[in-house]
Write a protein that binds this ligand. Structure first.
Ligand SMILES: *[C@@H]1O[C@H](CO)[C@@H](O)[C@H](O)[C@H]1NC(C)=O
Ligand SMILES: *[C@@H]1O[C@H](CO)[C@@H](O)[C@H](O)[C@H]1NC(C)=O
Ligand SMILES: *[C@@H]1O[C@H](CO)[C@@H](O)[C@H](O)[C@H]1NC(C)=O
Ligand SMILES: *[C@@H]1O[C@H](CO)[C@@H](O)[C@H](O)[C@H]1NC(C)=O
Ligand SMILES: *[C@@H]1O[C@H](CO)[C@@H](O)[C@H](O)[C@H]1NC(C)=O
Ligand SMILES: *[C@@H]1O[C@H](CO)[C@@H](O)[C@H](O)[C@H]1NC(C)=O
Ligand SMILES: *[C@@H]1O[C@H](CO)[C@@H](O)[C@H](O)[C@H]1NC(C)=O
Ligand SMILES: *[C@@H]1O[C@H](CO)[C@@H](O)[C@H](O)[C@H]1NC(C)=O
Ligand SMILES: *[C@@H]1O[C@H](CO)[C@@H](O)[C@H](O)[C@H]1NC(C)=O
Ligand SMILES: *[C@@H]1O[C@H](CO)[C@@H](O)[C@H](O)[C@H]1NC(C)=O
Ligand SMILES: *[C@@H]1O[C@H](CO)[C@@H](O)[C@H](O)[C@H]1NC(C)=O
Ligand SMILES: *[C@@H]1O[C@H](CO)[C@@H](O)[C@H](O)[C@H]1NC(C)=O
Length: 655
């Protein structure tokens, strides 16, 4: 142990060394203008360091590791800061006197806008569609922690990414997204925007890279079944093998095992003299498909032949718009107006084909149990055919719709709350419309057009509400309906399901009574009431100096103080406190006790004084009425002062 004297000395030394070099708290440190630099690499910026006091020894800058010389007898010092170092630092030092100095660091952000590029990393093809894994590379970006990468799909934001790496030098980062594109969607534009969020002094425009994507699929013939074509002997015929696919398929014809040179969708045969079969193969990297076209020679007769180049297929479909609930029966009729047609038929993706004699074919599905259903109706002429793809919407109304408040605990007045409407198993989601109601008023309408799925999905919609006390007991309702217009029979197909939520809004107490003072006559009975609105119902409490003639009772939600035969001790301040979990409110009532007897005496005295006053006034008035009018003295000739004659003024003037 050190002796106490030594300890004291040590403490003093410690204090002194602490004081040395310290900045006095009352000195308003170096003032930097601008206070912060945000600039690109290589940029030079002027910075002004000043003091608002003249009583300083000097100013110095420390740029990076270089301390510049102290400049004396100045109150500001300009310095150029060159942003040639990614972790540039600058500090201004003001020397106040030999002991005290103050310093301030200049905030410096050196940035570099990235170069971006998007690329496809992986592709998976399934019945649902094509799943792309897309990467966005942001190259040479600094500082990466202020970078936000935003992905857009057809101009709608799908996701964002940020980076928590605190490196100050340029780095390469990337962000991946999975994008599912269904065959029904045409081309989807994917966009990656990389923005450095550095405020007004940072880059204002993001670096952008775009890409167009579409669903990939193996080749499919527009008419999937094998064809039988009848041709007159000696005539020519064009065989058709139109196929779809992404990437576009490559076509290939063979005849009797021999490869033909043609690789176009139509094969021209100039002269037919024998029945034979041609084979067409369509392929891309996802697969290949083959069909056979049998050419049957018709000898002898010469019927009028239809034109094979007809572009518009003469087929009408009934119903025009096919909308069917999953599991329901479906009946479709295809009709052709062309009298020369030899067959009419339909085919679906699975290769099921049926044919009939023209002009119509009716096609019946007992129970629609497929989500993907792309049928085609076609007509055959003796030498050609054409088809029409039908658009079928298969829908399912939601299994369940429910509304819930995300937030746990009470809904408090004035705070934002989220209500969620969960919709289970609905298809197709892009036709779903969610309508939010507050009571009967529509407050939000949400659609899901950007989300494509033919199979049922679960979705949710969020309503942001900032409730007030009037919302207490209000019913918030969400309604989910499938907008399947235009449809043939609106009533039978429109479908809706809804759920509701009753708001319980908690709010702070508010007094019903407003009086803040009460006059009580001595000896009379008086009651003081206090009640307050609020949710949960507030607890009411009176605070006062109690007396024997005071009683507290509760009537409903009102707390009442009853004063029986008030005495002067009951005068004073009575405080009412209303409390609930949201807030606490107080109100005070001043009670004044009045004595009616003393009041009577006072009234009597005041009455007497008034009477006396009136009496005096009456007397004075009576005296004055004798010399009513104005008089002036007229100099007389009499020596006797007591006998001064008086004449009215007007008369005197005339004289
Ligand atoms: C630097 O700041 C001081 C104090 O605000 C001001 O008087 C002076 O004009 C400034 N100098 C320049 C060049 O801006
Ligand atoms: C400043 O000094 C530190 C430590 O001595 C060193 O690591 C750093 O590289 C120096 N910076 C510059 C810009 O010279
Ligand atoms: C693609 O499919 C393969 C095999 O099914 C799977 O391993 C891979 O993760 C899938 N890729 C994506 C991006 O989903
Ligand atoms: C950065 O973010 C990732 C995930 O977002 C997290 O796992 C990691 O701990 C974070 N790193 C730091 C240094 O905050
Ligand atoms: C980032 O990538 C680019 C291109 O691949 C390369 O030239 C550069 O050196 C990379 N930068 C870093 C910091 O890795
Ligand atoms: C950059 O990001 C960091 C961390 O998120 C943040 O503290 C800083 O204020 C940002 N810089 C600017 C200039 O906004
Ligand atoms: C994507 O497609 C749109 C129109 O479909 C076209 O205007 C645009 O140039 C395409 N973009 C790219 C990157 O190919
Ligand atoms: C095509 O004609 C042949 C021979 O007449 C017959 O066996 C075959 O079933 C027909 N195919 C179709 C799809 O009609
Ligand atoms: C057809 O095939 C030939 C050779 O096989 C090729 O040169 C030509 O470009 C192809 N044409 C089409 C339209 O694919
Ligand atoms: C059919 O025509 C081809 C030439 O196009 C000819 O070589 C062949 O002998 C003909 N067959 C008959 C049975 O006439
Ligand atoms: C409500 O949802 C938004 C995002 O949609 C979120 O930013 C906010 O914090 C949520 N509010 C509450 C009270 O949960
Ligand atoms: C005051 O109240 C008491 C008890 O309730 C009652 O007995 C008395 O008659 C009341 N006095 C007057 C003046 O109303």
């Amino acid at each position: 142990m050190l002796p106490p004297r030594m300890l004291g000395l040590l403490m003093l030394l410690a204090l002194l060394s602490d004081v040395n070099g310290m900045c006095p708290t009352d000195f308003e440190g170096p003032i930097l203008d601008p206070p912060e630099i945000i600039g690109t690499y290589g940029q030079s910026v002027y910075v002004n360091c000043s003091s608002n006091s003249d009583l300083i020894d000097g100013i110095a800058w420390k740029i990076g590791n270089n301390s510049l010389d102290l400049q004396e007898e100045i109150y500001f010092l300009l310095e150029t800061v060159s942003l040639t170092d990614w972790s540039m630092t600058a500090e201004c030092i003001i020397q106040l006197n030999e002991i005290h100095k103050c310093s301030k660091d200049l905030k410096i952000t050196v940035y570099q806008n990235p170069e971006v590029s998007v690329s496809v990393q992986e592709v998976n093809v399934s019945a649902e569609g094509t799943l792309y894994k897309v990467r966005c590379d942001a190259m040479n970006v600094a500082p990466v922690q202020n970078l936000t990468v935003t992905w857009h799909r057809n101009n709608q934001i799908i996701t964002t990414a940020s980076f928590n790496d605190t490196t100050k030098t340029p780095v390469n980062v990337s962000s991946d997204v999975l994008i599912l594109i269904s065959r029904r969607e045409n081309v989807v534009q994917i966009e990656c925007k990389a923005q450095l969020d550095l405020g007004l002094h940072g880059p204002q425009f993001p670096a952008v890279s775009k890409m167009n994507l579409s669903a990939l699929y193996a080749p499919e013939f527009i008419l999937k079944h094998n064809e039988n074509i009848s041709v007159l002997e000696g005539d020519g015929v064009t065989l058709n093998c139109d196929a779809e696919g992404n990437p576009p398929p490559v076509l290939h014809w063979t005849h009797d095992g021999v490869n033909l040179l043609e690789n176009t969708s139509s094969l021209e045969i100039a002269y037919v003299n024998t029945s034979t079969t041609y084979t067409c193969t369509a392929s891309n990297h996802l697969g290949s498909t083959t069909k056979h076209v049998s050419v049957h020679v018709i000898r002898g007769t010469t019927p009028e032949l239809p034109s094979t180049t007809e572009r518009d297929c003469p087929i009408t479909v009934s119903p025009a718009e096919i909308v069917v609930r999953f599991g329901d029966p479906l009946l479709i009729t295809c009709n052709t107006s062309d009298a020369r047609a030899v067959k009419i038929g339909w085919t679906d993706r699975l290769g099921v084909t049926e044919m009939n004699e023209p002009p119509s074919i009716t096609w019946k599905v007992e129970q629609m149990k497929m989500w993907n259903f792309n049928p085609t109706c076609f007509v055959n002429w003796s030498d050609s055919q054409c088809g029409k793809r039908l658009d079928v919407t298969i829908y399912q109304t939601p299994d369940m719709v429910s509304v819930s408040a995300l937030h746990l605990g009470p809904v408090v007045e004035g705070l934002q709350h989220n209500l969620t409407c969960d919709i289970y198993n609905v298809a197709p989601v892009h036709k779903l419309r969610v309508t939010w109601y507050r009571g009967k008023e529509v407050v939000l309408l949400e659609t899901f057009e950007h989300w494509f799925s033919v199979t049922p999905v679960n979705v949710s919609s969020t309503l942001k509400v900032t409730p007030n006390r009037n919302d207490n007991g209000n019913v918030f309702r969400c309604e989910a309906d499938l907008d399947l217009r235009p449809i043939v029979q609106p009533k039978s197909i429109h479908s809706a399901a809804s759920a509701s939520y009753t708001a319980v809004v908690h709010y702070a107490p508010e007094f019903k009574e407003v009086r803040d003072n009460e006059e009580v006559i001595l000896g009379k009975n008086v009651t003081l009431g206090c009640s307050a609105e609020g949710y949960p119902p507030p607890e009411i409490q009176w605070k006062y100096i109690s007396a024997v003639n005071l009683k507290e009772t509760t009537v409903g939600r009102q707390k009442i103080i009853m004063i029986t035969e008030a005495t002067s001790t009951n005068a004073g301040v009575y405080i009412c406190v209303a409390t609930n979990e949201v807030g606490r409110l107080t109100r005070s009532v001043t009670v004044v006790v009045k004595d009616t007897n003393s009041t009577f005496i006072w009234l009597l005295i005041i009455g007497c004084i008034c009477c006396l006053g009136i009496f005096i006034i009456v007397i004075l008035l009576c005296k004055n009425s004798k010399k009513h009018g104005q008089y002036s003295f007229v100099p007389g000739n009499g020596s006797d002062g007591t006998d001064i004659p008086m004449t009215p003024k007007s008369a005197g003037e005339k004289a």
